[in-house]
Design a binder for this molecule. Structure first.
Ligand SMILES: Nc1ncnc2c1ncn2[C@@H]1O[C@H](COP(=O)(O)OP(=O)(O)OP(=O)(O)O)[C@@H](O)[C@H]1O
Length: 313
């Protein structure tokens, strides 16, 4: 796909989340989440199903009211100056919520009206955005005639109608095929290069590793760690791990303690830290039915920190 997103003509704006909490009845689903999203960076929020990612994103733009804490976007506080704060935002939610009664072009025009962009200005902006996401040939089509990937691109185009400084992408590529995901990644990279701050929740580790400058790892409503993907991998799980099946947990526990490393249940076996070759040598003598070593990834980071696997789409 030959797409090129124009650099946003908006000023660089930061978002700061201060100590966000959310309670539903006696359940606390977000517990003291704080972070900054800077202009020109992609910040990823990762965590298992139910970790509180979507609730946190909802509090960032005001669809969910925090029990405690607040969000500052530029000079405005989302919780009491929502309209002004949201004028800086573009939001891609998990649902497409495109209007099936309108054509592709009309969907953009309709949304432009929310921002008081009307008449020729709205038509020009809609045409420009359709070209940028490579949907110019589908302007007159009904939304139902688009593929999943095209719909996601249209939702992104719609979110860009007001030239936002900050863009929220809540699991934007779930359900897309690999080519459509790569196309979407290119668009996100261009937005970041244009100076926008992008906050992304995703279930895909390759997406997080490839797109995100920084990651927040969430579990049970809390941020359990944060850093660049490389930092998180190096300091949590090192360069390589061992996958082993068919060994006794007690034996593994002893080995891990002898070599001052860690292990976690993983699939039908275990994942084990590999501080040096000695532990590998020892394991090869156990005649385990399945034993291998491989480079580490973000999934291993999450497993080591929380004992849980990351969310499934
Ligand atoms: N309106 C609500 N009322 C009560 N509980 C809610 C409400 N919205 C979310 N929750 C609960 O809050 C917790 C966090 O949900 P949330 O959707 O934020 O998690 P998530 O990390 O985005 O999960 P997923 O990856 O599955 O989308 C879940 O246990 C969910 O059931």
């Amino acid at each position: 796909m030959q797409t090129r997103l124009r650099q946003p003509q908006t000023q660089p704006i930061s978002l700061v989340a201060y100590d966000l909490w959310k309670e539903y009845g006696d359940r606390t689903v977000v517990q003291g989440v704080s972070f900054t999203l800077n202009p020109g960076e992609v910040l990823g929020v990762l965590g298992p199903n139910g970790a509180g990612k979507t609730t946190t994103v909802g509090m960032l733009y005001g669809s969910v009211l925090p029990t405690r804490g607040f969000v500052q976007i530029g000079d405005y506080q989302v919780q009491n100056q929502g309209r002004e704060a949201r004028s800086y935002l573009g939001i891609v939610t998990q649902e497409d919520n495109l209007d099936p009664d309108f054509t592709v072009f009309e969907n953009l025009l309709h949304f432009a009206h929310h921002y008081r962009i009307t008449g020729n200005a709205a038509r020009a902006r809609a045409s420009e955005l359709l070209a940028q996401v490579n949907l110019q040939d589908y302007a007159k089509n009904q939304v139902d005639e688009l593929s999943g990937g095209m719909k996601r691109r249209l939702v992104l185009a719609r979110a860009l109608i007001n030239q936002p400084s900050i863009i929220f992408l809540d699991e934007p590529t779930t359900g897309l095929d690999p080519d459509a995901r790569q196309d979407f990644w290119k668009l996100v990279t261009q937005l970041k290069q244009g100076g926008a701050g992008v906050l992304l929740t995703t279930h895909y580790m390759d997406e997080a590793q490839r797109l995100c400058d920084r990651l927040l790892l969430m579990q049970h409503g809390r941020v359990v760690d944060e850093g660049t993907p490389t930092e998180l991998i190096e300091r949590t799980v090192g360069k390589e791990v061992i996958e082993v099946e068919g060994v006794d947990e007690q034996q593994l526990q002893q080995l891990a303690s002898q070599y001052q490393t860690w292990y976690r249940s993983f699939g039908s076996g275990y994942l084990l830290g590999l501080p040096d070759n000695a532990i590998w040598e020892q394991l090869t003598h156990l005649n385990a039915p399945s034993l291998s070593r491989r480079p580490t990834n973000l999934e291993d980071v999450f497993l080591r920190l929380t004992g849980e696997s990351l969310a499934q789409p």
